[in-house]
Design a protein around this ligand. Structure first.
Ligand code: PGA
Length: 250
């Protein structure tokens, strides 16, 4: 995937009607680019709408915010990786902090989801990040390293085409607090070192995105920070005008 990667996580916003209107406005203003990749993670009900709108564009792809690790079965309310793929997803978001902290998702479940995504031929974006209490206790490095190693512990053959990593400090998500470019860079550098230890020089090819209160005003300085190779954006990605500005960040 061409770096930088600009990813929009709509969370529980933009149903099919709003998603259609969003894509029309966004794609109307976003001419095809070969120097970056845009990923839109809509709610599952809007996946087909987003992927159909982006059909024919190789620089804009759809992703799914969550999957179950089983392929099918008696799991009311869940969707599987093959189903998400069928609806047009190319990427699966795994272990977003809201999944971990609001819905109690564990590292072991994240690991199974990464495997399920790979099996279905989807890329996955694993999210890692520390809470404010962990940060204040000096545990950031331990926490993000653990989440990374555990998250991909069941996935063999980690390759850059299939794996993206997102550092999202929990205290920065939806709070208006952003890690400074220097802070983000320091954690990204640590994650890069881990990736190199895990898979050698191939670790250099894995995009590491930053997320947490990114907006059109701070996107450029974050993207300039060493080892920050993309942005994962929640609140500021829900409206097309704000997302357009972020997706076009220089
Ligand atoms: P935010 O969310 O940009 O609203 O802080 C980011 C995310 O949760 O991915």
């Amino acid at each position: 995937m061409k770096r930088p990667v600009l990813a929009a996580n709509w969370k529980m916003n933009n149903g099919p009607t709003a998603a259609r209107a969003f894509m029309e406005t966004f794609l109307g203003g976003y001419a095809p680019r070969t120097d970056r990749t845009v990923i839109i993670f809509p709610p599952a009900v809007s996946l087909s709408t987003v992927s159909s709108a982006a059909a024919g564009r190789t620089d804009v792809v759809a992703g799914v915010q969550n999957i179950h690790w089983a392929e099918k079965g008696a799991f009311t309310g869940e969707i599987s990786a093959p189903m998400a793929k069928d609806a047009g997803a190319r990427v699966v978001l795994v272990g977003h902090s809201e999944r971990r902290h609001v819905f109690g998702e564990t590292d072991a479940q994240c690991a199974k989801k990464c495997v399920a995504a790979s099996r279905a031929g989807l890329a996955f974006m694993l999210c890692v990040g520390e809470t404010i209490a962990q940060r204040e206790a000096g545990e950031t490095e331990r926490v993000v390293t653990h989440q990374l190693r555990e998250g991909v512990s069941q996935t063999s053959n980690l390759i850059s085409a299939d794996f993206l990593l997102a550092y999202e400090p929990v205290w920065a998500i939806g709070t208006g607090l952003t890690a400074s470019a220097g802070d983000a860079s320091a954690i990204h550098t640590l994650l890069r070192t881990q990736l190199r230890q895990m898979i050698g020089t191939r670790g250099d090819e894995i995009p590491i995105l930053y997320g947490g209160s990114v907006n059109a005003d701070n996107a450029a300085s974050l993207l300039r920070a060493p080892e920050v190779e993309g942005l994962l954006v929640g609140g500021a990605s829900v409206e097309p005008s704000s997302w357009l500005a972020i997706a076009q960040t220089r």
